[in-house]
Ligand binder design. Structure first.
Ligand code: NDP
Length: 244
């Protein structure tokens, strides 16, 4: 019986990458887990099976974080499916990088809708139903802390916004014993940012450890925060020293 036994978590964007690793990690600590996805139904169902193999309950819910209603309603759907909601992991996110003059209004809307508005609305919906001991853990980015070169205007804007949201949520929800924290991954080997991709060597070189991280290395920080009662409004780098 892990430290999260009896808790229910929702991991947005839990079908692949950091979200999938987090879902399994939380289940290993004893939580039942809902994962949301937008296109990756089969991948999400694989995560459900991995959680169930650990003896926990799981459900996969299709919800596009770019759609305001879906971003909020998936929180209620998760709580309905698994009976309660204690932990929200705001992980779903997209990265659109490129020179400032190439970013379209559609790019701006899409990235802010998913990375900021969706996180806000999911957090709002979760806060409305979380009991004491609730946890809101959001996945930011090392680009919110240090932008090492050109091309990051839109993505860094979206991820830096989460720092303000996290601090304000901590103040708003602290009296109810609910915490809010932000985790900033560095370069992590996922479909979004493969360790053998064209920009990988440069990213690895910008870390102190000289390598990409794994999704599980981020998931372990999320699991730690899920069990941490006296940590709130804080930012945590899991970035191999990218910000150092
Ligand atoms: P991946 O692209 O590997 O996975 C993204 C996940 O989010 C998938 O499960 C995907 O679902 C889901 N998703 C994407 N768009 C939506 C949407 N509109 N609504 C719901 N779910 C969606 O990403 P990572 O695991 O690499 O990234 C996870 C988080 O970590 C993101 O917020 C990202 O910005 C952040 N991050 C990642 C870094 C990295 O180097 N990898 C570095 C810093 C931060 P589906 O399978 O259905 O497509």
């Amino acid at each position: 019986q892990g430290t999260l036994h009896g808790k229910v978590a929702l991991v947005t964007g839990g079908s692949r990458g950091i979200g999938a690793a987090t879902a399994v990690r939380l289940a290993r600590e004893g939580a039942d887990v809902a994962v949301s996805y937008v296109n990756g139904k089969e991948a999400a169902e694989d995560v459900v099976r991995a959680v169930e193999a650990l003896g926990r309950r799981a459900v996969a819910l299709r919800a596009d974080a770019a759609q305001a209603t879906e971003a909020a309603e998936v929180v209620d759907a998760a709580a309905q499916a698994l009976g309660r909601l204690d932990i929200l992991v705001n992980n779903a996110g997209v990265g659109v990088l490129g020179p400032l003059d190439t970013l379209s209004l559609a790019d701006v809307d899409r990235v802010l809708d998913i990375n900021v508005r969706g996180v806000f609305l999911a957090s709002q919906a979760a806060a409305a139903r979380m009991p004491e001991g609730g946890r809101i853990i959001t996945i930011g980015s090392c680009m919110a802390q240090r932008v090492p070169g050109p091309g990051g205007t839109l993505y860094a804007t979206s991820k830096a916004a989460l720092a303000g949201l996290t601090k304000a949520l901590a103040r708003e929800l602290g009296a109810r014993g609910i915490t809010a924290n932000l985790v900033h991954p560095g370069p992590i080997d996922t479909d979004m940012n493969p360790a053998d991709g064209p920009y990988a060597a440069g990213q690895a070189a910008m870390t102190a450890l000289g390598r990409f991280g794994t999704a599980d290395e981020v998931a372990s920080m999320v699991a730690h925060l899920a069990g941490a009662a006296y940590v709130t409004g804080a930012e945590f780098s899991v970035d191999g020293g990218h910000a150092a």
